[in-house]
Write a protein that binds this ligand. Sequence first.
Ligand code: BGC
Length: 367
Amino acid sequence: MGPRTGRASILLCVVLAATLGGAATAGPLDFGRPFLAVDPYDEVAAMGRGMNVLGHDPVWTDPTQTRFQARHFRTIHNAGFSTVRIALHGLRHMDSDGKLDPAWLATLDSMVAAALQADLHVSLDLHYYDECDADVPGCAARIKAFWGQIAPRYQDASNGLMFELLNEPHGKLDAKTWNAMLPDVLTIVRATNPTRNVVVSPAGWGSIDQLKNLELPAGDRHIIVTVHYYWPMTFTHQGARWVSSTANLSGIRWGSTEERAKVATDFDSVKSWSEAQHRPIFLGEFGAYDRGGADIESRIRYDYTVARQAEAHGFAWAYWQFDSDFIAYDMTTDAWVTPVLYALVPPADTHSARNDLTVGTRRPALK
Ligand code: BGC
């Protein structure tokens, strides 16, 4: 437990743990084995297959309304995943002085402890949408304040916990602004976590073609670079109301020989950059929107292709996302969406602990 956690928040954690499904017993939460510095390439190899979780869950504002339960981390692990990426809207849970809400932190403590206890790697990802549009210096100060509290809090946690400094820098956080801000944010993390692996995205929404503009401190060799892959957006975001250019599209299929080959060549370019810079890659998001008119066969062909290509190129990956949208897991029936799961983790690869799987949906053909 980090040094800033007092008795009151430990008590709150215990209450929350009970609410969230009994992740921890009374007493300080367990953030895994003692920290041991690990080469980022080894970390990426161990991260393997992953799942984005908790991005849109009501738990962050009202723990009594949680959809995600601590037991779901074990469900994810048992289905063949080794990593969870927890999307945190931390900038929205600060007061005007940049102090994070203690109740929100207690929820985070419970989730981190439960995920590590389920033998998962955990990337704590700071998400934002439009919070930086009006006031870039003010936003930068809040990003630094966020890591100034989170980094010391988890400084003793196992190396399986990683800090992802900022999801998809975009808008006014263009490459120049982000490259200038990044060393300062990293310095704040390094004050208490000198050798923990930190995950960094290029600006331009973490798009692979923006890697060439990312500038990293050459002397810091505990960095994993993350990119997101949603190309072609006309397929993956058809019907998605938050992307104006594709919101009115539907019925677009995916999976021709040329389309699948493009994923391979796109990832070849990522691999070339990775090798030239000697930085390992975490594909932190990919997937195709589930409620926008894309057919399930195309969607799972896409998920399967991207996941297998990421693996063939030596990237760890995480699917967007477990619950809420693009779903891999149906919270209403408390069961996997098996076509999506099987595209991500082919059944032949799944280890023997299959108790959590609801098998019964015919696996659509992957052509
Ligand atoms: C955003 C989500 C969005 C997803 C796919 C994520 O980074 O936070 O809101 O659904 O990307 O567009």
